[in-house]
Design a protein around this ligand. Structure first.
Ligand code: ARG
Ligand code: ZN
Length: 859
C-alpha cells in the first residue's frame, strides 16, 4: 500500500469545472456532483479513476443519461475510455452526523464543517482526489433554516433564498481553479464578527469571523492579526488578496490547528479565541501566528499549489517561514527565534533521530496524514530560511516574485521552487537540494586555532550526517554558518559573515585578528544542525554576557547549563558553585529597567528534559529530572532573597496589555515564581496561591497552577477547584485544567489521571481534550510517563487502541511519544516495545496507526 514519488504520473483527465449540491439533513446528507472532464493532452492512460470512500451511490449519469459502465472497487470508481470530453454526474449519500474521523464532511457541536486536506474530499464525493487536478467550484448548500442559518462555501456568494419546509439555500462561486483539498463547507448557527481591509491596490475586502454564540467577545485579537497579516504580505512579499470576502470559522472539533481553504479558513477554536481572562500570552502569540499562517497560504499553497503530496513542504515549509518572520516583525525577533529553535529541538530533532525520520521531500508514504510533521513544517521552514540567508533579502524576494509569476494557478514541486532561487540568484542550488532529500539532523563540529604571528584565526568545521531508515552514506550538505568574532573584552571585532561550508571538512581563516578571539558560531541558528565546539565554559560565559547576537547569547547560557546538568547526572556530587554564582549575576540583570524581560525569562530557564535527553547516550528521564531539579534547588537556596525581591518588583503595573513589554514582564515574573516554588513546600504553596488570587489574566493563573501542580499541600486542590468552577463554561480553559493536572510530577498521578479520564467533561472524540489529557501527560510529564512500572505507557497504549476505531489521525499522532523507545534504559525499552506490540496486534488497525507503529517496531 506504499505510494512512491517516482511513480508520479499526471492526471489523465482534467476536471475544469465542478458543481456540487448539498442537501443537509439530520440523518444523512445527499451530495450531487456534476463534473466536466477533459482528457489531458499529455494523458498516459484513458482510465478515469475516481477516489471515494464511505458513501452510497444513488445514481451515476454520463452526459445526462443513466450510466452503469463503471467499476466499483474498494475506495475507487473506474471508467475505462469515457471519451475525450464528457460530463459525469454522481449522486451519493454520506453521513456527517456519525463521522468521528473528522475528515471530509462532519459535525462539530451541531455545526457542519469540512476538512479535506489531504484526502478528505473522497469522503464527500467520487473525484480525482489529488492536488494537481484544479477545478472551478460552484456550490449550492441547502439546509434547515432555523438550525443552520449560516451556510458558507469558498469564493463569492452568488445567490440565496428560501425553499419549502423551512429550508433555505446559498450558492457560491470560486473563480480561482483549485484542488479539491481546498474545498470547504460550513453550515451552522453562528455569530459573525465583521471588519474590512483595503488592499494596496484599493480593493475592499470583507473580513468575517464566525464563532458559536457566546464566543464573540474573544475574536478581536484574531481579527487584528488577520489585518496585520494582510498588510505584511503586501509589504514583504508584494502579495495582495484578490477576492471580495475572507471568512474564518472556528469549530471545537478539529484534528489539527487550522485549514487554509480558499476564502473560508476553518480553525480549531484554540487558534481563534483569545481574551486575557481565558487565553495565555502564548495563546495570543499562537493565534496571531496561525491566523497569519493560514492567510499566507492564500498565495503559498492555494494560488500556487502542490503537484502531489510529496511536495507538502513546498507550501508548509514556506508558509511556516513566512509566519515565523511575520511574528518576528510583530513581536521580538530574538525571542521569536529562540522559541522557534527551542521547538525545533524539542520536537523535530527527536523525530529526525527516530524510526519515523523522513526527508523534507519524502519519497514514499502509506498514509499522507502521517506526514504533517515537524520535519515537513519546521525543518522545511529552516530550509527556506537558509535559502533566504544564502541569497540575501533582496535576491530572495526576486526569487519569490519569480515563483509567483511563473506558477500562479499551477500545481508544482519543491524542485520548481528551488529552481526559482537558482534562476533569480545565478547560484547553483543542486548541492543545497540535498537538504530536501537527506533525513536526519547533521552534526557540525567546530574548532578554532589562533596564529598570533600572522594575526589570523582559523575555524575548522566537520560535518556528518547520521544514517536514517532507508538512507546511508549521505553526501555533504551546503551549510551556511553565520560567524562573528569577539575579543577577550567582549567587543565584536568581526561582524557576522556567512561562511558557506560545502565539504565534509573545511577551514575558514579570518585576518586582522589582534588576539585570540571568542567566535560566536551559527548566529541566529543559521542552519538546523547539532553544533559542538571546543569553546570553554569561560568562552561561553563571555558570549552569554556580551554577544551581539541575541540568539547566541541565549544559546551560550543554555550550553553552559547543559554541560553543568550533564556533569550532575554523571556525578551528583559535582560542584555547581560557579554556575549558581553566574546565575545570580543573570538574575541581578532583572533589576535594570531597560533589560529585555522576555529574553531574560528565557535565559533564566534551564534546558528542558526533552532537550537534555538528546545529549544522553541512554535516556533516563528520572535521572535527568533529578539532576535538573537539584540544580534548580541550589539556585533557589543561593538566591532566594534576590528572586523574591525581583518577583515583587515585577508585580503587575496598571492595565492589562499584550504588548511585547507587558508579556515580557509576565514571562519574567512567572519564571521567577517557578524558581521560587521548586521545593514544593508550604511556603511555595502559599506563594502559588497568592499568585493565583492576585491574577487578573490567564497567563498568571496558569503559572500559579503550574507552580502548584506537583504539590501535596492543601492549597493545590483549593486552587484547582476554584479554577474549574470559575471557567467550567469555557472548553479551552477546561482543556488547560486537564493539562495542568496531567503534567503533575507527584506520586498520586496515576490515581489523579484515572479520575480525570472518568471526569464527565472528558470526551475521547474531541481532539483538543485528548491532547489536553494524553499529550500533556506523555510529552510534558516525562518522568511519570516513563515511570519504571510501565503504567504511564499502558495509559497511552489503551487510548491509542480506543482512538484507532474513532479517529485514526489522532490515534496515530498519539504514538509519537513511543517513537524513540530504543534510546531509553532497558527496563523502559521493554515496556515500550510491549505497548507498541499490543497496538500492532489490535484488530482492524487503521492505515495511519499501522504505518507509524510498524516503523517504530522495525528492526
Ligand atoms: N494545511 C493545514 C495547515 O498547515 C493543515 C491541514 C492538515 N490536515 C490534516 N488532515 N493533516 O495549515
Ligand atoms: Zn499550513
Amino acid at each position: 500500500n506504499t505510494i512512491y514519488l517516482k511513480d508520479y504520473t499526471p492526471a489523465p483527465y482534467q476536471a475544469s469545472h465542478i458543481s456540487l449540491k448539498f442537501a443537509l439533513f439530520e440523518d444523512k446528507t445527499i451530495v450531487r456532483s456534476e463534473v466536466t472532464y477533459l482528457k489531458a493532452a499529455d494523458a498516459s492512460s484513458t482510465r478515469l479513476v475516481l477516489n471515494g470512500q464511505d458513501q452510497a451511490i444513488i445514481s451515476v449519469e454520463l452526459d445526462g443519461k443513466p450510466f452503469d459502465g463503471y467499476l466499483l472497487e474498494e475506495g475507487r470508481l473506474i471508467i475505462d475510455q469515457p471519451g475525450d470530453s464528457f460530463t459525469l454526474t454522481i449522486t451519493t449519500e454520506i453521513h456527517p452526523e456519525t463521522n468521528t474521523a473528522l475528515e471530509g464532511l462532519y459535525k462539530s457541536q451541531g455545526t457542519f464543517c469540512t476538512q479535506c486536506e489531504a484526502e478528505g474530499f473522497r469522503r464527500i464525493t467520487y473525484f480525482q482526489d489529488r492536488p494537481d487536478v484544479l477545478s472551478v467550484f460552484s456550490v449550492r448548500i441547502e439546509a434547515d433554516k432555523a438550525r443552520y442559518p449560516v451556510l458558507l462555501s469558498n469564493g463569492n456568494l452568488v445567490a440565496s433564498g428560501e425553499v419549502e419546509a423551512g429550508r433555505h439555500f446559498t450558492e457560491w462561486h470560486d473563480p480561482f481553479p483549485k484542488p479539491c483539498y481546498l474545498f470547504a463547507l460550513v453550515a451552522g448557527d453562528l455569530v459573525r464578527i465583521a471588519d474590512r481591509f483595503a488592499t494596496q491596490s484599493g480593493r475592499d475586502v470583507d473580513l468575517h469571523i464566525y464563532v458559536r454564540k457566546g464566543d464573540e467577545g474573544q475574536c478581536d485579537h484574531a481579527m487584528a492579526s488577520l489585518k496585520k497579516a494582510m498588510k505584511w504580505d503586501e509589504e514583504k512579499y508584494g502579495r495582495e488578496y484578490a477576492l471580495d470576502l475572507f471568512n474564518i470559522v472556528a469549530v471545537s472539533d478539529f484534528n489539527m490547528g487550522a485549514m487554509e481553504n480558499t476564502s473560508l479558513n476553518i480553525f480549531n477554536t484554540k487558534l481563534v479565541l483569545a481574551h486575557q481572562e481565558t487565553a495565555t500570552d502564548s495563546d495570543f502569540i499562537s493565534v496571531e501566528a496561525v491566523i497569519a499562517h493560514e492567510y499566507f497560504h492564500n498565495w503559498t499553497g492555494n494560488r500556487v499549489t502542490c503537484r502531489d503530496w510529496f511536495q507538502l513542504s513546498l507550501k508548509e515549509g514556506l508558509t511556516v517561514f513566512r509566519d515565523q518572520e511575520f511574528s518576528a516583525d510583530m513581536n521580538s525577533r530574538a525571542v521569536q527565534r529562540i522559541d522557534d529553535v527551542d521547538q525545533l529541538r524539542r520536537l523535530q530533532f527527536p523525530e529526525d533521530a527516530s524510526p519515523l525520520a523522513h526527508s523534507v521531500q519524502p519519497d514514499h508514504f502509506i498514509e499522507i496524514s502521517n506526514f504533517y510533521t515537524m520535519t515537513i513544517y519546521e525543518k522545511g521552514s529552516e530550509l527556506i530560511r537558509m535559502q533566504h540567508t544564502l541569497l540575501g533579502a533582496q535576491q530572495y524576494r526576486q526569487a519569490t516574485d519569480l515563483y509567483f509569476d511563473r506558477y500562479d494557478g499551477h500545481a508544482v514541486t519543491i524542485n520548481d521552487f528551488v529552481q526559482c532561487m537558482a534562476d533569480a540568484s545565478g547560484r547553483d542550488m543542486s548541492q543545497f537540494f540535498r537538504w530536501y532529500k537527506q533525513a536526519g539532523t547533521p552534526s557540525l563540529q567546530a574548532s578554532g586555532r589562533y596564529n598570533a604571528e600572522a594575526k589570523q584565526y582559523t575555524l575548522t568545521f566537520k560535518q556528518s550526517q547520521p544514517d536514517t531508515p532507508g538512507q546511508k552514506d549521505k553526501q555533504p550538505l551546503l551549510i551556511p554558518v553565520a560567524v562573528g568574532l569577539l575579543n577577550e573584552a567582549g567587543e565584536e571585532t568581526h561582524a557576522t559573515q556567512v561562511l558557506e561550508m560545502t565539504e565534509r571538512e573545511q577551514s575558514f581563516t579570518f585576518n586582522d585578528v589582534a588576539a585570540r578571539p571568542v567566535p560566536s558560531i551559527l548566529r541566529g541558528f543559521s542552519a538546523p544542525v547539532k553544533l559542538s565546539s571546543d569553546l570553554s565554559d569561560d568562552d561561553l560565559r563571555l558570549l552569554q554576557l556580551r554577544d551581539t547576537d541575541g540568539f547566541n547569547k541565549w544559546e551560550a547560557g543554555q550550553t553552559i547549563a547543559l554541560r553543568t546538568i550533564q556533569r550532575l547526572i554523571a556525578d551528583p556530587a559535582s560542584d555547581t558553585t560557579q554556575f549558581v554564582d553566574d546565575f545570580g549575576v543573570l538574575i541581578a540583570q532583572g533589576t535594570h529597567d531597560n533589560v529585555d524581560k522576555a529574553l531574560l525569562a528565557r535565559a533564566l530557564s534551564l534546558p528542558s528534559i526533552a532537550v537534555i535527553a538528546q545529549a544522553q547516550e541512554v535516556v533516563d528521564p528520572a535521572a535527568i529530572d533529578h539532576a535538573r531539579g537539584s540544580l534548580l534547588k541550589a539556585i533557589k537556596r543561593a538566591h532566594k532573597d534576590t528572586l523574591a525581591k525581583l518577583y515583587e518588583h515585577h508585580h503587575s503595573a496598571g492595565a492589562f496589555s499584550i504588548s511585547p513589554a507587558a508579556m515580557g514582564r509576565r514571562a519574567l515574573r512567572n519564571t521567577l515564581l517557578e524558581l521560587l516554588t521548586v521545593t514544593n513546600g508550604t511556603g511555595c504553596a502559599a506563594r502559588g496561591k497568592a499568585h493565583y488570587d492576585q491574577a487578573d489574566n490567564m497567563t498568571d493563573r496558569v503559572a500559579a497552577l503550574s507552580s502548584l501542580a506537583d504539590s501535596q499541600q492543601p492549597q493545590r486542590d483549593e486552587v484547582f477547584a476554584d479554577f474549574y468552577e470559575r471557567f467550567k463554561g469555557y472548553q479551552l480553559v477546561v482543556d488547560k485544567w486537564f493539562s495542568l493536572q496531567a503534567i503533575a510530577n507527584r506520586d498520586s498521578i496515576f490515581a489523579d489521571f484515572a479520575s480525570l479520564r472518568q471526569h464527565p467533561e472528558f470526551n475521547i472524540r474531541n481532539p483538543n481534550r485528548v491532547r489536553a489529557l494524553y499529550s500533556a501527560f506523555a510529552v510534558n510529564n516525562p518522568v511519570k510517563f516513563h515511570d519504571a512500572s510501565g503504567q504511564g505507557y499502558a495509559l497511552l497504549r489503551d487510548a491509542i487502541i480506543e482512538l484507532n476505531a474513532i479517529n485514526p489521525q489522532i490515534a496515530s499522532r498519539q504514538v509519537t511519544p513511543f517513537r524513540e523507545w530504543k534510546r531509553y534504559t532497558p527496563v523502559l525499552q521493554a515496556h515500550m516495545q510491549q505497548a507498541l506490540q499490543a497496538i500492532m496486534d489490535t484488530p482492524k488497525l487503521s492505515r495511519d496507526v499501522f504505518e507509524v507503529v510498524s516503523k517504530c517496531l522495525a528492526p
